[in-house]
Ligand binder design. Structure first.
Ligand code: ADP
Length: 181
């Protein structure tokens, strides 16, 4: 299955992806994780991305899209993937459609994790990642509202809505059911 996981920062996409990757047998590809790995290793890509991430802003699309393209070209993604954190803008969604179309492929669906802003702020503050301070969280939520939420309309009928508040296992069961698994 080729799925995009969509939702605000702190929606629990990463947690759900870790369960789904096992059950569906496709890799979890998280742009945030890829950036953090690059930052950890001190690569040029990591150095470029760090300032944006620390400020809660989006890394420029050309940089991000190149990283995603090379990851999708790896052998383990040939039969499917869970794409988490990309696309984050309509422009990125169009790039993804193109990337897949070049290979004669398309997405099977877009899972939209629905969760209230109060809950995501609470989860991010509890998580305490380097970019999880109050001001950055505010910026990221604003970026989500302005840039990412329009993807819900963009994807239209491909959207699979999942209520993402509650227990991890319960939410996972909802996703599996919504996927017909
Ligand atoms: P969260 O799930 O809390 O939103 P992520 O780990 O997905 O966090 O992303 C962390 C940061 O990485 C984002 O705030 C952004 O700076 C950068 N980033 C991740 N994906 C993208 C993307 N598709 N385009 C631009 N920047 C991105």
């Amino acid at each position: 299955m080729r799925l995009v996981l969509l939702g605000p920062p702190g929606a629990g996409k990463g947690t759900q992806a870790a369960l789904l990757t096992e059950k569906l047998g496709v890799p979890h590809i998280s742009t945030g994780d890829l950036f953090r790995a690059n930052i950890g290793e001190g690569t040029p890509l990591g150095l470029e991305a760090k300032g944006y991430i620390d400020a809660g802003k989006l890394v420029p699309t050309d940089v991000t899209a190149r990283m995603v393209e090379s990851r999708l070209d790896e052998a383990d993604a040939a039969e499917g993937f869970l794409l988490d954190g990309f696309p984050r803008t309509v422009e990125q969604a169009e790039i993804l459609t193109e990337l897949l179309a070049k290979k004669g492929l398309a997405l099977d669906g877009v899972v939209n994790f629905e969760v209230s802003e109060d809950v995501v702020v609470e989860r991010m503050l509890a998580r305490g990642r380097a970019d999880d301070n109050e001001e950055t969280i505010r910026t990221r939520l604003q970026v989500y509202r302005n840039e990412t939420a329009p993807l819900i309309d963009h994807y239209g009928d491909a959207i699979i809505t999942v209520a993402a508040e509650g227990e991890v296992e319960e939410i996972n069961a909802r996703v599996m059911e919504a996927l017909g698994k």
